[in-house]
Design a protein. Sequence first.
Length: 424
Amino acid sequence: MKRTGPLAKAVTALAVSALALTGCGGGDSAAADGDVELRFAWWGSDTRHQQTQKIIDAFEEENPGITVTGEYGDWSGYWDKLATQTASSDAPDVIQMEEKYIREYADNGALLDLSDVDVSEIDEGVVESGRTEEGLFGVATGVNIMALVANPALFEEAGVELPDDSTWTWQDYSDVAAQITENSDAYGASGPNEPAGFQIWLRQQGKEMTTPEGELGFEVADAAEYLELQKRLIEDGALPPASVLTEDQSPGPDQSLTGTNGAAMGMWWTNQLSALNAASGNDLLPLRFPSTDGAEGGAQLFQKSAMFMSGSARTEHPEEVKKFIDFMVNSEEAGLLNLADRGLPANQSVREAVLPELDEADTMAAEFIEEVQPELGDPLPIPPLGFSSLQEILYRYELDVAFDRASPQEAAERMISEMESAIS
């Protein structure tokens, strides 16, 4: 099988020697007195770093003899660093993992099987999102839903009413956003958050981006129609011009058009609402996506495992790794420290303990998640090996269409060919 993604080059030696080296370890991390030291890597904001350190402190107090050392950074450099560490047999013992990378690392033999970690209070669909045919390689800390986050203050400034998000269509979305662009200093909306934006649109057509068999679940005509939609939104003034979109494809909340009040609507995961509020200085509102037909429940949103806790297959301390992951996911103490930063807690008991402690923004996000539960489509298929490459490919061809370097049809044909190679 062709290997793609950030682990592609780095994993060659690991793939060849995984069976021989599993359990051997890359160095002696245990102190002479028998104490255990674990390394835990995660990405996130300064707030997450501070919260996570408090969780580590609480775990160490409850588990004398286990020390956890944090290794953290921002999203942009996290995966390159992890790929390098994994290939050089120096992966952290505990790894904050993302859904689109989990199969890549699991199939390369880099992750620890967590099948004996207690997941009894986590929804079965959420548990399965961390499982491959070979075992359970990630346990979700929380859940998110992609929402269209609206800024009521900018709507009011433009003299535009907030939409009825239960029945609005993509044409309604375009009309509303174009009115805001025309009547205010802000753009009506920022560009799509990919690949979730494309995934949701495809689900409204009865398709998925990838199938359970690991193949693309859409055709050239589908991709061309979606790219045509994005182009039309730009031409109608609903979205910013290409020169602005290229600077806003994947920023953090602080630098985004949404966070800087440069756009009245943007596509964000629900756990990012608090950070967006803080950045914008406004109380923002999560909305359902528009749908193709305007039918109630037609948005076809999906619940996503926010972040996974995974372990290195080469850790010298697998039982201690599982104990720490159990604490992160199943401990009310950890939940009350983490709150909703890693998504609304996946563990139901932890969620019930956390809900009364959430701030206004996180409470609104939690209420939104609960409200749309009956409307959610089927769980997404587990992303295939190479899925992590699809985001960059999709963004690139969207810009090609936005800059008129290719027609939607031309871009769709090239995009599908490249995506097929990435996951084959």
